[in-house]
Design a protein around this ligand. Structure first.
Ligand SMILES: Nc1ncnc2c1ncn2[C@@H]1O[C@H](COP(=O)(O)OP(=O)(O)OP(=O)(O)O)[C@@H](O)[C@H]1O
Ligand SMILES: [Mg+2]
Length: 260
């Protein structure tokens, strides 16, 4: 990201509320941030701090009561194929379609000719290492494999921005580490822009170039993580430990290994 770059996503003074019977729940309060092209941007915060609500609004599923969000030059008012989602739930795939069928579905319903869609789907199946499972149905796959399919499906849409809401939170730690690694590798190849929600300090420290720490719907701190020393041993590096400590501190914890 260069300083002169224009933001891809701009969130300006945004407030998001849910109307309840006798009161209004303010999930996000006057939040502002920018995400730049090809950035890995992480939203970190404890349960209930408004992360999913914010992602929903960026997705165009919920309108701000104040402030505005723009993607490029366009004001976000509705969902669109320029924003693709990956969720935590393993059941986000269509159970009656194969891996290939799941990835083809949004492409073909979006009007892409079948041959081109199949070619593209196969490229992304191979990026997530599932070539041998193209004809398998979701119920025959592990949780980690299902999440890989969901990532391939979202990336195959070649959106402007990939919105990921705790996609690996339901996986065991080793599988999560592997998928975090793979996501970074795919990102390096593709240069896609990712907004990644997590409540894991270590996942945020590992994935983020920049992390926004949220508390109770508000911006707590924005932390930039040094990328200059990245290599295969990043998880045991001083930069990683320092980033984890800074993120923990922003969340109000003092010990670097604590989770939000
Ligand atoms: N549909 C809804 N109706 C009313 N209130 C809601 C609704 N969805 C979320 N909220 C409230 O908005 C606040 C933010 O919720 P949100 O789901 O965005 O949190 P989160 O940071 O994603 O939490 P988690 O880490 O547990 O997923 C919470 O107080 C929650 O109770
Ligand atoms: Mg959530």
């Amino acid at each position: 990201m260069s300083d002169a770059a224009q933001p891809l996503l701009s969130v300006k003074d945004v407030t998001l509320q849910y109307p309840a019977e006798d009161r209004v729940v303010t999930a996000v309060h006057r939040l502002s941030f920018d995400v730049y092209p090809s950035e890995r941007f992480v939203l970190l915060g404890p349960s209930g701090c408004g992360k999913s609500t914010l992602l929903k609004a960026i997705g165009g599923f919920m309108a701000p009561v104040a402030g505005e969000m723009t993607l490029g030059e366009t004001l976000i008012t509705t969902p669109g194929p320029d924003r693709a989602f990956v969720f935590q739930e393993f059941d986000q795939l269509l159970p009656w379609k194969t891996v290939l069928g799941n990835i083809l579905f949004p492409l073909v319903t979006g009007g892409m000719p079948a041959t081109e869609a199949t070619e593209r789907a196969r490229v992304y199946i191979s990026k997530v290492g599932l070539e041998k499972f193209a004809d398998s149905y979701p119920h025959t796959l592990s949780g980690g494999m299902k999440q890989r399919v969901a990532i391939a499906r979202a990336m195959a849409m070649e959106p402007e921005i990939l919105l990921m809401d705790e996609p690996f939170a339901a996986l065991d730690e080793l599988t999560r580490f592997r998928l975090d690694d793979d996501l970074r590798a795919i990102w390096q190849q593709q240069g896609c822009t990712i907004v990644f929600v997590t409540h894991s300090v270590t996942e945020a420290a590992y994935l983020a170039e920049r992390a926004l720490v949220m508390q109770a719907g508000r911006l707590q701190q924005e932390i930039t993580i040094d990328q200059s020393a990245r290599d295969d041993g990043f998880r045991s590096s001083r930069v990683f430990a320092q980033a984890s400590a800074a993120l923990s501190q922003a969340l109000g914890f003092n010990h670097e290994s604590k989770q939000a």
